[in-house]
Ligand binder design. Structure first.
Ligand SMILES: Cc1cc2nc3c(=O)[nH]c(=O)nc-3n(C[C@H](O)[C@H](O)[C@H](O)COP(=O)(O)O)c2cc1C
Length: 207
């Protein structure tokens, strides 16, 4: 439980000036080194009482515009994001002694973009989106299974339409931190902040 980190280091000069490119490098390393579900990220939202909530979601796309995940817009997270689009996600790449933390705000991706991704999902997953009123109380598992059978029958020709309540969010980043474990707890923290002109300021934070 008390690992000595520090197999590698990260410097202001060695990182890419664009944090998305730096993320691309680290994400590839996480995949190459067989991190379990490297695209799983912990997504934080805040409710109307200021209570934070978290859950894992899967990163499905990213580029200079932001980080995209898909979910049910009526879910608890969807309702909280409608009230307060500010969010924070964390990639816990513990095996690599690394974490990446992104703060920013979400916007919904276009219906065309959601549809493209939805169509790429397996039949069962597409049905699943119709079955689950995500985050609402359900009295038993059997109700869900019955609903699944009903949907399987309804869409038996294989054409499953995109539910209006389902789609993607893009997290538009404002800050991105790359954290790497260092020897004797002298960890590296490289912190990018988006500037008004679209460029990124790079600073080192004390561990
Ligand atoms: C590894 C992992 C990946 C997940 N990916 C997603 C996802 O991409 N989208 C999603 O809606 N839920 C995903 N879930 C389920 C969520 O963690 C969560 O239970 C669900 O979205 C409901 O959250 P909410 O009630 O806060 O809205 C995932 C769970 C795990 C453990």
């Amino acid at each position: 439980m008390r690992e000595e980190y520090g197999h590698d280091s990260l410097t202001e000069d060695s990182v890419d000036p664009n944090p998305i490119e730096q993320f691309r490098i680290w994400f590839k390393q996480a995949m190459d080194q067989n991190v379990t579900e490297p695209n799983a990220m912990s997504l934080a939202t805040v409710d109307e009482n200021g209570q934070p909530w978290q859950r894992s979601v899967l990163l499905k796309a990213y580029d200079n515009n932001g980080f995209v995940f898909y979910t049910n817009y009526d879910s608890r997270k969807g309702q909280q994001l409608a009230q307060n689009p500010k969010t924070c996600v964390l990639f816990p790449w513990i095996q690599l002694e690394r974490q990446v933390i992104v703060t920013g705000s979400v916007e919904r991706v276009s219906t065309a973009e959601s549809l493209k991704y939805f169509a790429s999902r397996p039949f069962g997953s597409r049905l699943g989106a119709w079955v689950s009123q995500q985050s609402s109380v359900v009295s038993s598992r059997s109700i869900l299974l019955a609903k699944f059978e009903e949907m399987k029958n309804k869409f038996k020709d294989g054409e499953v339409p995109l539910p209006s309540f389902w789609g993607g969010y893009r997290i538009v980043p404002e800050t991105i931190e790359f954290w790497m474990g260092g020897k004797s707890r002298i960890h590296d923290r490289i912190f990018y902040t988006k500037q008004d002109d679209g460029s990124w300021k790079i600073e080192r934070l004390s561990p």
